[in-house]
Design a protein around this ligand. Structure first.
Ligand code: FES
Ligand SMILES: [Fe+2]
Length: 457
């Protein structure tokens, strides 16, 4: 349980708030670059600020304030110029520093040049995503987190706006036992209600079994975030004594599932739009193992993850009744986040032993806010290229099982996992099933199976 003041300190993201100042020390991914191919001017709301992202005719990308300094017209309707964006109303031109460099209808078109400036933030691109830095200069380096830069892979990203503060999404990552119910018993209940006998028959008991024999939970800080998991005991009914690690936390807003090099891996990125909304990016990297070539992609595609489906029924007011999509894993997580309300009231919660890592995550966030308040750089802010290298592994290492050049001979069983069977309908459990790259991933998994057959012959 937190006090209201503590809750606000951790969760709010606007300029000048403790949490907002911390988040402004990071490069924040905010838009698939493929969106600018569809329309070179895009409205953006990020960390409580209304902005406009544009790509101009020379290919430069800018992120500037939303409303024109003349008479406040919304620049999302602006016109890309050779170098900058023009307001549609009277043609004032802004460059990527937010400076009004031309007011064409005025007697002296450059009259505002040293006078009027919109907020403007630097933008960089990596792995098909645009990142903004909204903090004090000098900006730190853009960290090459592994899934964005790993070679020989298929990629795609699913985006969705959630009516929930970013921290309740991120707290899911500090919660290693929710899968038993949310991805186990709830999944089964949903499939039963749908009458989906096919998937019920194929459903493994893994998630549900993870509720048996829990002795304790563990959590500790890592170089880039925290590690947490469950300690199982045979004495208490688990199949064996075992320490089971849960997904990786990269501070402040990333979760990494699996690691670079695996044929299925994912960043779940909780991008704070404002205090009550999150732009969630599920960024998938499907890597080809040694000896297999991944199908090529011209760019990283994106898709909107659907949250609801129509029921075909109407409510009392005659409006269509929609229900949440719950028959895939990430969508199950989504309901766990947004149904807590836009900014959950942590003064009313009742925590138990399964929340130990959640408490740790909040403490870590509070500590890093304090680092910023004391004038320092918080964790994962890099200024020295030597400190980062060309790739940063969120969990410290790549997916080692997949790095063996002889994997097809020594570990053929690796291709028999659901997540290596997208060519055989394996993409029915995860929300990435909605993505445009699924046929390419299927082709990758087919090539992997072929590699195993060749190695065996
Ligand atoms: S309102 Fe933008 S140029 Fe006039
Ligand atoms: Fe989950």
């Amino acid at each position: 349980m937190l006090t209201k003041e503590q809750n606000d300190r951790l969760a709010r993201v606007g300029p000048g708030t403790p949490g907002g100042e911390l988040l402004r020390r990071y490069w924040v991914p905010f838009l698939p670059s493929a969106k600018l191919d569809e329309d070179p001017v895009q409205p953006v709301r990020l960390l409580g600020e209304d902005l406009t992202c544009y790509r101009d005719k020379s290919g430069g990308v800018g992120l500037i304030g939303r409303h024109c300094l003349h008479r406040a017209v919304d620049l999302r309707w602006g016109i890309p110029d050779e170098n900058g964006l023009r307001c549609p109303y009277h043609g004032w031109l802004y460059n990527e520093t937010g400076t009004c460099v031309e007011a064409p209808m005025e007697a002296r078109p450059d009259m505002h040049k040293d006078r009027l400036k919109l907020p403007a933030y630097p933008v960089e691109e990596m792995g098909g995503l645009l990142f903004a830095y909204m903090g004090p200069q000098p900006a730190p380096l853009l960290p090459p987190w592994d899934l964005f830069v790993w070679p020989n892979a298929v990629r795609q990203m699913g985006v969705v706006k959630l009516n929930a503060n970013w921290l309740q999404c991120q707290e899911n990552t500090g919660d290693p036992t929710h899968g038993v119910w949310l991805h186990g018993f709830l999944f089964k209940y949903v499939l039963e209600k749908m009458g989906d006998q096919d998937r019920l028959a194929r459903m493994t008991k893994t998630f549900m079994q993870q509720g048996v024999g829990i002795k304790d939970l563990y959590v500790h800080a890592t170089e880039y975030g925290m590690e947490k998991g469950v300690i199982f005991s045979k004495e208490l009914g688990a199949p064996e004594d075992k320490k089971s690690r849960h997904s990786t936390v990269i501070f402040p807003f990333y979760t990494e599932q699996n690691a670079a090099g695996a044929p299925w891996s994912e960043f779940q990125i909780r991008v704070p739009i404002d205090d009550e909304h999150t732009y969630h990016i599920s960024y998938n990297c499907y890597a080809a193992p040694p000896g297999v070539e991944a199908p090529t992609q011209e760019k990283v595609p994106y898709y909107e993850v659907p949250l609801f489906e129509e029921t075909g029924r109407l409510d009392e007011e005659g409006k269509p009744i929609r229900k949440p999509i719950l028959d895939c894993i990430l969508n199950q997580d989504f309901i766990g986040w947004w149904s807590q309300g836009p900014l959950t009231d942590r003064t009313a919660e009742n925590l138990g032993r399964t929340d130990i890592p959640v408490v740790f995550l909040r403490r870590q966030l509070d500590e890093q806010i304090r680092v910023v308040e004391d004038g320092g750089d918080p964790m994962n802010v890099f200024r020295d290229p030597g400190e980062m290298g060309d790739i940063l592994y969120g969990g410290g290492v790549p997916a080692e099982a997949w790095l063996d050049p002889d994997w097809a001979k020594t570990r053929p069983e690796l291709v028999r996992n659901t997540r290596t069977q997208y060519h055989k309908g394996g993409a029915v459990w995860e929300s990435d099933r909605y993505g445009p790259a699924i046929p390419l991933v299927g082709e990758l998994h087919r090539r992997m199976e072929e590699a195993v057959q060749t190695a065996a012959s």
